[in-house]
Design a protein around this ligand. Structure first.
Ligand code: PLP
Length: 418
């Protein structure tokens, strides 16, 4: 099929984008790297994967507790298919399966919030809930490093008439200034991550909350990377930091540590129905398929049992060993209090090259570039899982040692640490 002249013009226009140019150039230099379209042909046991006929250790999985491989979770999904079939056929604006309501009640009870609304992903939760909560006469203050899904959601809210401004990363004084600049407003929300997914860092939530409360604003915390893996019983970062949810919506993921599928927003019961009316992805899109909803209760039982501290201890040992091993190599290591451990590389092409180097040594690690991180602040993002073996972590540290001998990498204290 020959593309129309307008189609070709559109294609040429896209190729002028600088990020497209960097990635295309790298793709030409390393056609075997399969950048943006890597295909995993087999997964397991443990964190082993097969790519292009080669076995690699997967250090890029969000299944932090390794529950994707858990027979109880897998069995619940199989049971869900038998009970509900493969999908529930329509938007939840028309009807929800009972499994959806039960999963929401169990999540609310486990988290300690009054109500939970499940959506198909965190991206869709944010794209729906943020414009749903803030419109004309309202204001949104966004951390400059807030997840892209919240930045995109704020653009929709802005289009609907909300005032939007960003504040310096995790800086309460900057938030205060930004909220002042946004006044007057009817109501305001402050969008932050519970765990910054590229650096693994946790924001000063209580300080940000104090500023928000003083300015009549509510916190909106995307805790996608904290859900199910941080805090007591895996409740995430919010309750531990704030002590209650009086002034916060908590957004969680069911697709990361939970190893099921979906996202959710938790908050006061009085918002439950309002969000169903105001949240467009809830109305105009389909829901999480029922089999995955059946598995959510099984994961919550694991998180509330004696098994959770055991899984966490295994995960913590991997995080500690990896972090100290990488720091001993003199690398700039970020995070380390969560299962996300990032190593600063800097330049975009160098970050891709470093990721490829480790890949060639049998370790799959994500090379993360702008706009997911600031420009020229590319990182290698390592995700530790409870089912990584000690030998796999040691092997990765050794591969980083070889990498740091073969490439000049940023060192702490030379403008490298962030
Ligand atoms: C903070 C944050 N929010 C949202 C998302 C998107 O989540 P989902 O894959 O459920 O859309 C991610 C994904 O990594 C994330 O880190």
């Amino acid at each position: 099929m020959t593309a129309s002249a307008s189609m070709e013009k559109l294609n040429r226009a896209l190729r002028q984008n600088s990020l497209v140019r960097i990635i295309e150039q790298f793709g030409r230099e390393h056609p075997e790297a399969h950048l943006k379209d890597l295909v995993v042909d087999a997964s397991g046991p443990g964190r082993r994967i097969v790519v292009n006929g080669r076995e690699l250790i997967h250090f890029g999985s969000d299944s932090f507790l390794g529950l994707d491989q858990d027979p109880r979770v897998q069995e619940a999904i199989r049971r869900g298919i038998e009970k509900w079939g493969t999908h529930n056929g329509a938007s939840r604006a028309f009807a929800s399966v009972r499994a959806n309501i039960e999963a929401e009640e169990k999540l609310a009870d486990w988290l300690g919030v009054e109500s939970v609304l499940i959506l198909p992903s965190v991206m869709l939760t944010n794209l729906g809930a943020i414009p749903g909560l803030a419109a004309r006469q309202d204001a949104i203050a966004l951390d400059e490093q807030a997840h892209s899904s919240m930045q995109e959601a704020a653009k929709i809210a802005c289009q609907n008439g909300a005032k939007v401004a960003t504040f310096a990363h995790s800086d309460p004084a900057a938030l205060e200034k930004t909220l002042r600049s946004l006044r007057p407003y009817r109501s305001a929300i402050v969008c932050i991550d519970g765990v910054y997914s590229m650096s693994g860092r946790i924001p000063p939530m209580a300080d940000l909350d104090a500023v928000a409360r003083a300015a009549d604003a509510v916190l909106y915390i995307d805790d996608a990377h904290g859900t199910g893996v941080l805090g007591p019983q895996g409740q995430g970062t919010v309750l531990q930091a704030l002590g209650n949810y009086e002034n916060a919506f908590v957004i969680g993921s069911l697709s990361k540590a939970f190893s099921c599928a979906g996202g959710f927003i938790g908050g006061p019961a009085s918002f439950h129905r309002l969000l169903k009316i105001r949240c467009n992805p809830y109305i105009f899109g389909g829901p999480v398929v029922p089999p995955y909803l059946e598995a959510i209760g099984v994961v919550i039982e694991i998180l509330r049992s004696e098994e959770y501290p055991r899984l966490r201890a295994r995960l913590d040992a991997a995080i500690r060993r990896l972090t100290s091993g990488l720091a001993d190599l003199g690398l700039v290591v970020m995070g380390a209090v969560t299962p996300i451990v990032s190593v600063l590389i800097g330049d975009e092409a160098e970050t891709l090259r470093a990721g490829k180097y480790l890949f060639d040594r049998g370790y799959y690690i994500q090379s993360v570039l702008f706009p997911a991180v600031p420009y020229h602040a590319g990182v290698l993002r390592i995700q530790c899982n409870a089912n990584h073996r000690e030998s796999e972590v040691e092997g990765l540290i050794e591969a980083f040692a070889e990498l740091s001998r073969s490439m000049k990498l940023p060192r702490p204290g030379r403008g490298g640490a962030r």
